[in-house]
Design a binder for this molecule. Structure first.
Ligand code: NAP
Ligand code: MG
Length: 498
């Protein structure tokens, strides 16, 4: 019986899709994208063959088809990249006038805008995310980040009044697979604006937009060695972390790997920022605009297949409106279109990897086993590729794994509360502290809740909104350090005495 349920969890009910509109497919063309058969490592302004001689294949998770051969950088490769970054730092980038650095960043931002359609297709092909999101969210935000930090490059003394901000040197940056290009922008833009050079490692499963970004770097005529990209799996990341000539590590990824990095760096004097996991509470009060709130719940958990560190994965509904919210939510879920990431109609795309699909499947199974009630809308999934039906669990106890652990998939756990204090207590009952949402008509309640929620970001009557001017980051096991805004410059500057 459990096996059957698992099959349902993976594949959804096979019934015909009801409700809503019929849409004719509207696929974005992939003609605009050209992949090389194999890529080298981008070091010192050129693509070099990996000294390690190791490679792996990166795929399209929606079709399980290979896209290109990627280099697996070893110790000697990472060393070459760090040397190139050090030389570029000492001889070129840190010597440039800040207004000149700003010009390069503006150029990168403009080229990203010009080539945004191409990048959006690459992002959807390699990552599985719907083209509507890569086109309307990832790309505009990535370009906006470069524009924003270009503006700061020659105004650092205003960002840190009465201090003398100086660059710190070579930054090693490690990013995950859920927003490959956007995370790259979050890392590279502030580092370069402050006068540092970088060695960045993209995630193993999504290297292609970072490799295409090397072409943007060339087009912008950035001095060689200012940006270096080393591809590979966790071993490459570990080499970068332990390299003695890296001054700072910026890591976005899982709490588990973040902790390991912190242990490695303890006592080394290297700077560190960690942007880790989350298990956010999205809290709906009985005076909230319910239809808007339901859109916020959907956006909170099904955006980017739920592969979002700040996803609203725990929904707290005030008891008096529970039935209404759940029935509205289920009705809305029936209209979600799951399928081809390149189709402009698609709401929920492919799960990024087989490994992640298995992780989601086993956590969902634990929810069923522990006694939660599962709902999945009828949904026909493609035959090939990695897919998971949007899922909601009701009847969830706080102790269940699905209420405690980060699932990083399209799976929502619903709990209830009766008073604001109870909502706060339950919302804060997690090792994480990255984000939260509050839905209510009362401004005073929003402020009171925001003060008591232990979360780096609190959205009010909205969810998953981002802006380069607004700092983002966590408390507790969600990490430390902020990205975005003036705060996002801090990790990349030395101030007098620091
Ligand atoms: P992950 O396994 O921690 O990977 C993150 C990055 O670190 C990848 O590039 C990874 O390489 C690399 N890595 C793996 N082991 C390493 C090691 N020992 N030393 C150095 N680097 C290593 O996380 P993930 O599964 O890819 O990403 C999902 C996680 O990231 C979730 O927990 C999510 O919440 C978190 N996340 C947080 C934020 C935020 O801003 N707070 C944003 C996005 C994601 P491989 O690709 O080879 O694994
Ligand atoms: Mg990983």
């Amino acid at each position: 019986m459990i096996k059957d349920k698992r099959e349902v969890a993976r594949r959804g009910e096979a019934a015909a899709i009801p409700t809503a509109w019929e849409y004719a497919p509207a696929p974005e063309s992939r003609e605009i994208v050209h992949f090389e058969d194999r890529y080298g490592l981008y070091i010192g302004g050129q693509f070099l063959e990996p000294l390690s001689n190791e490679r792996y294949t990166t795929i399209d998770p929606a079709r399980e088809e290979p896209l290109a051969e990627i280099a697996q950088a070893g110790k000697a490769d990472v060393d070459r990249a760090v040397k190139a970054a050090r030389e570029a730092y000492a001889e070129r980038w840190s010597q440039l006038r800040p207004s000149e650095r700003a010009k390069y960043l503006f150029r990168i931002a403009r080229i990203l805008q010009e080539r945004s359609r191409e990048f959006a297709v690459v992002e959807s092909l390699n990552g599985g995310k719907p083209i509507r999101e890569s086109r309307d969210v990832d790309l505009p935000l990535a370009a906006a980040h470069f524009f924003y930090y270009a503006g700061w490059a020659d105004k650092l003394e205003y960002a840190f009044p009465n201090r003398t901000p100086r660059p710190i040197g070579v930054a090693g940056q490690i990013i995950p697979w859920n927003f490959p290009l956007l995370m790259l922008a979050w890392k590279i833009a502030p580092a370069l604006a402050a006068g540092n050079t970088v060695v960045l490692k993209p995630a193993e499963t999504t290297p292609l937009s970072a490799l295409l970004f090397c072409d943007v770097v060339r087009q912008a005529e950035l001095p060689p060695g200012v940006v270096n990209i080393v591809t590979g799996d966790g071993r490459t990341g570990a080499e970068l972390v332990s390299h003695p000539d890296v001054d700072k590590i910026a890591f976005t990824g899982s709490t588990e790997v973040g902790k390991a990095i912190q242990r490695t760096l303890a006592g080394s004097g290297k700077r560190l920022t960690l942007e880790l996991g989350g298990k956010a509470a999205n809290i709906i009060f009985d005076d909230a605009p319910l239809d808007q709130a339901v859109e916020g719940i959907i956006n909170g958990i099904y955006f980017n297949q739920g592969h979002v560190c700040c996803a609203g994965s725990r929904l707290f509904v005030e008891e008096s409106i529970y039935e209404t919210v759940i029935s509205k939510l289920k009705r809305r879920m029936k209209t979600l279109r799951v399928g081809d990431p390149l189709d402009k109609n698609t709401d929920v795309g492919a799960i990024n990897s087989k490994q992640q699909l298995d992780k989601i499947g086993s956590l969902v199974q634990s929810g069923i086993d522990e006694g939660a009630e599962i709902y999945q809308p009828p949904c026909k999934l493609p035959e090939r590729g990695y897919w998971f039906v949007p899922t909601v669990f009701t009847n969830v106890a706080q102790s269940y794994r699905i209420a405690q652990e980060e699932i990083f998939g399209p799976v929502l756990s619903v709990l209830t509360f009766r008073t604001p204090d109870e909502a706060i207590e339950k919302a804060n009952n997690t090792p994480y502290g990255l984000s939260a949402g509050v839905w209510t008509e009362k401004g005073s309640r929003i402020l009171a809740m925001a003060q008591k929620l232990r979360a780096g970001v609190v959205w009010a009557n909205t969810y998953n909104r981002f802006d380069p001017a607004s700092p983002f980051g966590g408390y507790k096991e969600s990490g430390f350090g902020r990205e975005g805004g003036r705060h996002g410059l801090e990790p990349y500057v030395a101030l007098d005495g620091s």
